[in-house]
Design a protein around this ligand. Structure first.
Ligand code: PDD
Length: 292
């Protein structure tokens, strides 16, 4: 029980009673931003980093965060409290709010709608984790502010559908010959022992998992670089990974129908995945890992 609990504008309600009006601008215009925060054993992971990104997304769409970080933390606490011991993700969304007149102009007087709830993270499928995933490359048709974690995700949804049609688990999006990220994940390649991820830019989301991977690489003495990745480099990479709060670090073993490396998750993936899993385990046992 209580996966059913929703935080909505200061109240805690069962999902069925948590409603926002049809005139909400999040619904009408996709005028809203969101975060997905994993919680392992009921403990939210990398909260400061998710809240900092939420602040940046809100500032970019000319909004202030309606809640303080302390208030967000207490919302997370209350939502995850009944779920102790289990893995969940906390979904939160802040919309510009409901306004009676549908007009593209941002109303000066409008009150944000704020909601959050938990979703179970299915236990990691050991087969998928160890066998890896398939990906295809697709043209990136998204806008030029992919650094904002906006709910306006139709291009991502359609790309994922197209990947599914091709029998793949994820699409890797390519803009002007440069590989950016997945539809809901960041991209890494391993080339001659060097871990590479595309640099921060308005064309991709600065992933919290991506930052953690880089921190873990730094601590482990794994050489890494932020660098643009072209199609040829992607095709010749020894390893390709996709990272996100829900996928963690997924090894891509097949790209556009061709094997990546020897067609199995590579040794660098194994090393980083071990470090990542150890981090999660420490959080489950109560010691914060890389949180602040
Ligand atoms: N998405 N890039 C995009 C486009 C994403 O949507 C996501 C995450 C990421 C990875 O970010 P992070 O490591 O902070 O989760 C990169 C979430 C999980 C989602 O939309 O469900």
């Amino acid at each position: 029980m209580n996966e059913d609990l929703v935080y909505l504008n200061g109240e805690y309600l069962p999902q069925a009673r948590a409603c926002v009006p049809l005139t909400d601008r999040g619904l009408l215009f996709g005028d809203s931003v969101y975060e997905v925060v994993p919680a392992y054993g009921g403990r939210p992971f990398r909260v400061s980093q998710h809240l900092a990104r939420l602040d940046r997304s809100l500032a970019a769409i000319r909004m202030r965060n309606p809640l303080s970080h302390a208030q967000w933390r207490s919302v997370f606490e209350r939502l995850t409290e009944p779920l102790r011991g289990r893995d969940h993700s906390i979904y939160l969304q802040v919309t510009r709010g409901a306004y009676p007149v549908r007009n593209h102009v941002i109303p000066s007087e409008v009150r944000a709608n704020v909601f959050a709830f938990c979703m179970p993270i299915p236990p990691r499928d050991p087969v998928v984790a160890t066998r890896g995933i398939r990906a295809v490359t697709l043209d990136d048709i998204r806008w030029h502010r992919c650094d904002i974690k906006a709910t306006t995700l139709l291009a991502n949804v359609l790309a994922r559908a197209q990947a599914g049609d091709a029998g793949a688990d994820e699409a890797i999006l390519v803009r002007d010959g440069q590989v950016m990220e997945g539809t809901a994940s960041n991209l890494f390649i391993v080339s001659n022992g060097l871990l590479i991820t595309p640099p921060d830019s308005p064309e991709l989301l600065p992933g919290v998992t991506r930052d953690l991977v880089l921190e873990l690489a730094h601590e482990a003495g794994v050489p890494f670089a932020h660098a643009t990745i072209g199609m040829a480099e992607l095709g010749n990479a020894d390893e390709v990974w996709l990272t996100s709060s829900t996928r963690e670090i997924a090894a891509v073993v097949e790209l556009n129908g061709r094997r990546v490396g020897d067609g199995a998750p590579g040794p660098m993936w194994q090393r980083m995945d071990d470090l990542y899993q150890a981090c999660k385990e420490r959080l489950r046992l109560g010691s914060e890992c890389h949180d602040e």
